[in-house]
Design a protein around this ligand. Structure first.
Ligand SMILES: [Fe+2]
Length: 181
């Protein structure tokens, strides 16, 4: 009898522990930031933002666009990403380091570019996400550097892993974007 009566309690404890583990995945939308003065509409749909042979460290970013409440992937979301080149300049004439990416059936995205450098603030990629039925999200992916070894808002910072391949090195970044209805 005693053993049986403990089971619901244990189950509850287990569920609570699980909930705590997955808690960051639910309920919290990605924080908003401004777009800054360098936004330019009409960026092409493409998964490579940097021009061929661009200076800088190659960065491959991937992750998912998620419903902040349910944690489910949002398919068909449009992510607009733009950032400065290695000298800190934005391309205002053309669309270098600018692009729009569509999420797949599970809400996944991937794009390649270079790790942005700093022109004052912490290095960042501007992000605007739009999806049917959701509020549009304007945010940033922020990166650390010598001047900013830590970021004030870690929830904006992608996880970075250095990968070596074919004699070269690139950065693999992962970051989810959570939308509010
Ligand atoms: Fe910026």
């Amino acid at each position: 009898m005693q053993r049986l009566s403990k089971q619901p309690f244990l189950l509850c404890a287990l569920l609570l522990a699980l909930a705590a583990l997955v808690a960051p995945a639910f309920g919290q939308a990605t924080p908003e930031t401004g777009t800054g003065p360098n936004h330019k509409g009409g960026a092409p749909f493409r998964a490579k933002l940097s021009p061929p042979f661009a200076e800088g460290v190659t960065l491959v970013m991937s992750g998912r666009v998620l419903d902040a409440d349910t944690g489910k992937g949002v398919s068909g979301a449009v992510i607009e990403a733009f950032h400065s080149d290695i000298h800190g300049d934005y391309d205002m004439d053309g669309f270098e380091y600018r692009g729009r990416i569509l999420t797949d059936e599970q809400g996944r995205y991937e794009f390649e570019t270079i790790r942005p450098s700093s022109y004052g603030p912490p290095p960042h990629i501007h992000i605007i996400v739009k999806a049917d039925g959701y509020r549009s999200l304007t945010t940033e992916m922020r990166f650390t550097n010598e001047r900013y070894p830590e970021i004030d808002r870690p929830e904006l910072t992608p996880k970075l892993v250095e990968r070596k391949v074919r004699g070269g090195t690139y950065l693999e970044g992962t970051h989810d974007l959570r939308l509010r209805r």
